[in-house]
Design a protein around this ligand. Structure first.
Ligand code: CO
Ligand code: CO
Length: 309
C-alpha cells in the first residue's frame, strides 16, 4: 500500500508491479441538481476527480445506486446512468458493473479504479515553501446550488454552476503531468480552506491565500449576504477556525465562501514558482477559464493558513 487513510488523501494507492499501482476511490451522494442527466454527469465527474488528483488515469468504473423504483419509475434512473456513462466515456474509462438497492431517496455514486506509476503518485502532502498554489475551478458551488434549491438564483447562474460541476479535471491533470507538483488534491466537501489546511498540515508548511485572486462564481457573495449558505460550509468554517487567520477586512461571508462545501471542485496544486506560471498559461490555453494562482506556500508559522485581501 502506497497511500492509505492517514492523510485523508483523495484515493488509496496499491502497488501491483514496479511500474503499475492501482488508485481506487468511491463517492456517492443525493441529487445536487434537479436534472437527472446532469446529476449523473456531476456525480461521475466528482468521483473521477479523485483519480486525477492522485496523478492517475481512470480505467474502470462501477455504479452504486439507491433508488425508489416503484415511486419514480425507471426513466429518471436511466437518465442518471446515461449522464454518468457519457462522463466515463469522456474520461476514457469503461463501466464494468455496479449494484443497486431499493431506497427511499435516490442516491448515486461511482467506484473508480485507475492506474498510476508508483513513483508518480500525487499526494495531498509535500507542499514546499516558495511554491505557488493554483486552483482550477471556482468556489461558490455549495452556495449557488443551495440558492437553486431556494429558488434564489438566475437561470444563467444555474447553468454556469452545473457546467462547472460537470467539467472533468482530466485536462487540468493532463496538463499538470508535464510538471512535478509537490502536492495535489481536489477541493470538495471540506472547502478550499478545509482541504488547504490538510495539505498545509501534512506538509508542515503554511499557506498565504489572497482572496482577490481566488476564483468565485458570480453572485456567490450576494447569496451569502442573504444567508444562503449550506450547513456544510458553516461547519467547515467552524472546523478550520483554530488553523486559519483572516485579516480584519475579510468579512464573515467571504470567510464562508472560502470554506464553501463543493461538489466536483477543481484541483488545488502546489507547484514551484516558475512552473506554476507555465502551468497556469497551459490551463488558460485549454480554456480552463477560472484557473488562477491563489497564493503561496511559506515556512510553517503560527497558523496553517493566512487569508489576506
Ligand atoms: Co478528493
Ligand atoms: Co472523494
Amino acid at each position: 500500500m502506497l497511500v492509505g487513510n492517514e492523510t485523508s488523501d483523495d484515493g488509496g494507492v496499491y502497488q501491483l508491479t514496479d511500474s503499475i499501482a492501482l488508485v481506487q476511490t468511491l463517492d456517492y451522494f443525493t441529487p445536487v441538481v434537479d436534472d437527472p442527466y446532469m446529476f449523473g454527469q456531476i456525480t461521475a465527474a466528482n468521483a473521477l476527480s479523485d483519480i486525477y488528483a492522485m496523478g492517475g488515469v481512470p480505467k474502470t468504473v462501477m455504479n452504486i445506486v439507491g433508488y425508489p423504483i416503484k415511486q419514480l419509475g425507471p426513466e429518471i434512473l436511466t437518465e442518471i446512468l446515461k449522464g454518468a456513462a457519457d462522463k466515463v466515456k469522456e474520461a476514457g474509462a469503461v463501466t464494468i458493473g455496479g449494484h443497486s438497492v431499493d431506497d427511499k431517496e435516490p442516491k448515486f455514486g461511482l467506484s473508480v479504479t485507475g492506474i498510476v506509476h508508483p513513483d508518480k503518485v500525487w499526494k495531498n502532502v509535500g507542499a514546499k515553501p516558495g511554491d505557488l498554489l493554483i486552483l482550477t475551478k471556482p468556489l461558490g458551488v455549495g452556495i449557488i446550488t443551495t440558492g437553486i434549491k431556494r429558488q434564489a438564483v438566475t437561470e444563467e447562474q444555474e447553468k454556469e454552476v452545473t457546467e462547472v460541476m460537470a467539467m472533468l479535471n482530466k485536462k487540468a491533470a493532463e496538463a499538470l503531468h508535464k510538471y512535478s507538483p509537490n502536492a495535489v488534491t481536489d477541493v470538495t466537501g471540506f472547502g478550499l480552506l478545509g482541504h488547504g489546511c490538510e495539505m498545509a498540515k501534512g506538509s508542515g508548511v503554511s499557506f498565504e491565500i489572497s482572496l482577490t485572486d481566488v476564483p468565485v462564481l458570480e453572485g456567490t457573495l450576494e447569496l451569502a449576504k442573504k444567508g444562503v449558505v449550506p450547513g456544510g460550509s458553516k461547519s467547515n468554517h467552524r472546523w478550520v477556525r483554530e488553523d486559519v487567520h483572516y485579516d480584519d477586512d475579510i468579512s464573515l461571508e467571504e470567510q464562508l465562501i472560502l470554506c464553501d462545501a463543493i461538489t466536483s471542485g477543481g484541483l488545488l496544486v502546489s507547484l514551484n514558482e516558475a512552473d506554476a506560471h507555465k502551468f497556469l498559461a497551459d490551463l488558460k490555453a485549454l480554456g480552463i477559464k477560472y484557473s488562477a494562482i491563489i497564493g503561496k506556500v511559506t515556512d510553517k508559522r503560527d497558523k496553517y493558513i493566512y487569508v489576506k485581501r
